[in-house]
Design a protein around this ligand. Sequence first.
Ligand code: GRF
Length: 203
Amino acid sequence: MRPLKLGILGSGKGSNFLALARAIQEGNVPAEIVLVGSDQPQAGILESARGMGLPVFVSRTGPFQTKLEPDIEEELAEALSRAGVELVVLAGYMRVVKVPLLRRFGGRIINIHPSLLPAFPGLKAWEQAVRAGVKETGCTVHWVNEVVDGGSTIRQWKVPVQAGDTAESLHARIQTAEHRLLPEVVGDLATRKISWLQDPRTE
Ligand code: GRF
């Protein structure tokens, strides 16, 4: 089976990207990263990707913080298509995905979120969990649709909240879980152990 072609989008430090790239290198995930995209030219994820010799794409900056203007998102979708991307992985991508990406990649975009969705959607889910006083939180990989953090869940990993946890200590423990969950889900999508909403190989 040929490797699944991945496009990874992120706005931050890129630790999930690194975990996935490592799992691929170690032969645990039959996939290939064909493009790494970001809306933040200085993002750590881009530096890591360049360091690994992977192709990168940096979006133009538009007037909004939380979404790309349609023509800018269209350029990103075009770059992903041109690279032959089959699955788009949002790994800390801080823009809401809109029609241009959904039209081309609907049913083929996943996101990793640091809570057990539907609990604590949105920003800083670990802080929300500490404030709510829950005993357990975790992380979720889900399909992406037009509702922020609202697409159907693929798989979750539970993380206990410990006495004395701060937002930071909890976030670190959730991230450790994310670094296992994301490669596991991408691997299972690549081998079709998980079924796709829109399988690129049966279209
Ligand atoms: C992760 O906690 C992820 O759940 C959220 O953004 C964070 C990205 O972290 N969507 P990193 O850039 O992968 O380190």
